[in-house]
Design a protein around this ligand. Structure first.
Ligand SMILES: *[C@@H]1O[C@H](CO)[C@@H](O)[C@H](O)[C@H]1NC(C)=O
Ligand SMILES: *[C@@H]1O[C@H](CO)[C@@H](O)[C@H](O)[C@H]1NC(C)=O
Ligand SMILES: *[C@@H]1O[C@H](CO)[C@@H](O)[C@H](O)[C@H]1NC(C)=O
Ligand SMILES: *[C@@H]1O[C@H](CO)[C@@H](O)[C@H](O)[C@H]1NC(C)=O
Ligand SMILES: *[C@@H]1O[C@H](CO)[C@@H](O)[C@H](O)[C@H]1NC(C)=O
Ligand SMILES: *[C@@H]1O[C@H](CO)[C@@H](O)[C@H](O)[C@H]1NC(C)=O
Length: 191
């Protein structure tokens, strides 16, 4: 009897809290940083429609590259993660793209392909998805289903130091010149 009376209010409170959490739309703007191998917290950036990891594009005069921020929805995996140019501190503040391109990966069976951005999902490569992105703890995941969260981002060397292509590696197979990475919204700490 004592147990029942003391437990009921606690359970009722829990119910209220979780109902409120589910209803709340949580969209925020973040930069994403790669951790793993030598990436060491280098940011994900945009270059000519594709996703790269690094502090600098290959050429400092590359006008198709830009730092970016992602608008991420952590309550609904059916909402695409869109990007905007972050030109803070740059002399040229013009974005190399228009609109709000969506992040895509190619998660088809056995795929090992670079991630990128499209404004219209019908112009994405075959097998690409622009939805399903989610957080698994503090890391970016792809939710293939409600119970299958995958962390298969990989940094592929470009031949230029400290510059990688961001890939999605469906099988987790080890490829030459690549290293598994996790993407986080936390910048590296600099001392
Ligand atoms: C945008 O870039 C500036 C300069 O690099 C940086 O300080 C800021 O944190 C970035 N914004 C976001 C939301 O990451
Ligand atoms: C990102 O910002 C840094 C610091 O402002 C700059 O040096 C770098 O060139 C930018 N990267 C791109 C891809 O524009
Ligand atoms: C400024 O950046 C935009 C987009 O990246 C580019 O098209 C344009 O040529 C750049 N302007 C100058 C003066 O570099
Ligand atoms: C990769 O995935 C493909 C397709 O699912 C499968 O046939 C293949 O055996 C996998 N390879 C490895 C190394 O897991
Ligand atoms: C997306 O692309 C398809 C096929 O090219 C086109 O029919 C559609 O109008 C486009 N949608 C938008 C919003 O541009
Ligand atoms: C890996 O990098 C080495 C040295 O840059 C290069 O010779 C080799 O072709 C690369 N392998 C692949 C699979 O890209």
């Amino acid at each position: 009897m004592l147990f029942t009376t003391s437990l009921v209010p606690v359970l009722a409170l829990c119910g209220l809290v979780s109902a409120r959490t589910v209803e709340k739309r949580t969209s925020r703007t973040v930069s994403l940083y790669a951790y793993g191998g030598a990436t060491n917290g280098a940011p994900v950036f945009y270059d000519n429609g594709m996703a790269y990891i690094g502090w600098q594009p290959e050429s400092s005069t590359d006008t198709t590259a830009t730092n970016i921020t992602f608008t991420v929805d952590s309550s609904d995996t059916t909402v695409p993660w869109t990007i905007a140019a972050n030109r803070t501190g740059q002399s040229n503040t013009t974005s190399p793209f228009s609109g709000s391109p969506m992040l895509y990966i190619v998660p088809t069976s056995g795929a090992f392909e670079q991630a990128g951005f499209v404004t219209n999902s019908s112009s994405a490569p075959t097998g690409a998805v622009t939805t399903g992105f989610a957080w698994f703890g503090t890391s970016v995941a792809y939710a293939a289903s409600e119970t299958d969260y995958q962390l298969m981002f990989t940094a592929v060397e470009t031949g230029t130091d400290n510059l990688w292509k961001l890939y999605w590696n469906v099988n987790g197979t080890r490829y030459a010149n690549s290293t598994a990475v996790t993407l986080k919204s936390t910048p590296p700490s600099r001392s």
